[in-house]
Write a protein that binds this ligand. Structure first.
Ligand code: PLP
Length: 409
């Protein structure tokens, strides 16, 4: 039934109070979902209710509220476990977000397994979050960062990946979906290939977790990371999934409360997974909001979301491609609902500023992917990224606004 039914789309949009407002006297058209998604009232209300009725620090007290808080937090972990189909909640670590989770693995894995002469393999289309932490490890350990290139459509060149993979490779870290190009990478194939050489793979799912069903066991990825704020939950919360055996073998990351079993000045022993990696008071309210956001999405139904977002992408691609002087950046065969483009003789910031004045929020610039911009020899792009609450009418308005901007120049 769903998104094709206007009533249903209106009902969905009513769940997101922020969408119902005007910017510069124009109805807000929010097309910056790749940067962060808006929050349904189910999430907002749950957070407010939690603070009004339950708030207390977790894993610390024997009193009623503390136990209740802990229960909510651990239930959220179980919700995430089921959502990504992990084997055990020991494999689900709450982090601050994708960046924090990648840093956790880069530091601990780097500490234990990377030595001089080793190689770490990432791709040319990674977000800075999946470049810089690895670069820092390489600097510390005298290792080398190797880069899988992409072609001019924005598709990873698989044969180059095969050539780069060697006995020197200690880990592969790639994004499932490029935030700047929209490309969906063949991660299952990448994982299979890397595993033939016993090389573990980290998947950056920051841009895929909200658009596709993710099954870590089916993928057989070793680590998978994502941010709550991109999947309709609060900011400051994220997930590191890691295979239990691998996480067990890695050293602790940050030290502090909650990650210990015993502390003595002579020797400290560490908590078992998952708490081993959750030092200090974690963002337990964020974790709870993530559980609620996942429940909300599952109630709507991922199959319908995937289908509708694909329709939005196809419609927008067709519509924007028809504009003379507009060049799409990222034309991979397999794409998610992200469209990057540039306009002839118009700087992306100027276009973004004018779109804003028309009520349309898009992202402009390098999207934390400077190497991608370098590949195309451009300063940046204008990016429209769609969520299931966006509509075909909004795409029509984006199209018309671009034409108006071109006329102004
Ligand atoms: N990886 C990708 C592909 C992203 O799109 C982003 C954010 O845009 C990140 C990593 C970093 O996410 P966060 O800033 O939530 O840590």
């Amino acid at each position: 039934m769903m998104f094709t039914n206007k009533q249903f789309t209106n009902k969905i949009r009513a769940d997101f109070p922020i969408l119902n407002q005007e910017i510069y006297c124009k109805p807000l058209i929010y097309l910056d979902n790749g940067a962060t998604t808006q929050k349904p009232k189910q999430v907002i209300d749950a957070v407010s209710k939690f603070y009004s009725e339950t708030n207390s620090n977790i894993h610390r007290g024997v009193h009623f509220l503390s136990e209740k808080s802990t229960l909510h937090y651990e239930n959220a972990r179980e919700t995430v476990r089921q959502f990504v189909n992990a084997n055990s909640t020991k494999e689900i670590i709450f982090t601050k977000g994708t960046t924090d989770a990648i840093n956790l693995i880069a530091n601990t894995f780097g500490e234990k397994y990377i030595k001089e002469g080793d190689e770490i393999l990432i791709s040319e289309m990674e977000h800075h979050s999946n470049i810089v932490p690895w670069q820092m490890v390489c600097e510390r350990k005298n290792a080398t960062l190797k880069i899988i290139p992409f072609n001019d459509k924005g598709e990873l060149i698989f044969e180059e990946f095969e050539k780069l993979l060697s006995k020197k490779t200690k880990i592969v870290a790639v994004t499932h979906i490029s935030n700047s190009l929209g490309t969906i990478n063949p991660i299952k194939k990448i994982i299979e290939k890397a595993h033939k050489l016993n090389v573990p793979v980290l998947i950056d799912a920051a841009q895929s977790i909200q658009h596709f069903k993710t099954d870590v066991q089916e993928l057989d990825c070793d680590f998978l990371v994502f941010s709550g704020h991109k999947i309709y939950a609060e900011t400051g919360i994220g997930i590191l999934y890691g295979k239990e055996k691998l996480l067990e073998a890695l050293p602790p990351y940050q030290g502090g409360g909650d990650m210990i079993k015993t502390v003595d000045f002579e020797k400290t022993t560490y908590a078992d997974l998952p708490l081993k990696y959750e030092a200090g008071t974690s963002n337990y309210v964020g974790a709870i909001s993530l559980g609620v956001a996942i429940d909300y999405l599952q109630d709507i139904g991922f199959d319908d979301i995937i289908k509708y977002e694909k329709e939005l992408l196809d419609y927008a691609t067709k519509k924007l491609s028809s504009i003379k002087g507009l060049r799409l950046i990222g034309t991979a065969k397999n794409k998610a609902s992200v469209i990057s483009f540039i306009l002839e003789n118009i700087h992306n910031y100027d276009a973004g500023t004018l779109l804003d004045k028309m009520g349309i929020a898009v992202r402009t610039g390098t999207h934390c992917c400077q190497p991608v911009m370098k590949h195309f020899g451009i300063a940046g792009t204008i990016r429209a990224s769609f969520a299931f609450y966006n509509t075909f009418e909004e795409i029509d308005k984006l199209h018309d606004a671009i034409i108006r901007i071109q006329k102004l120049f």
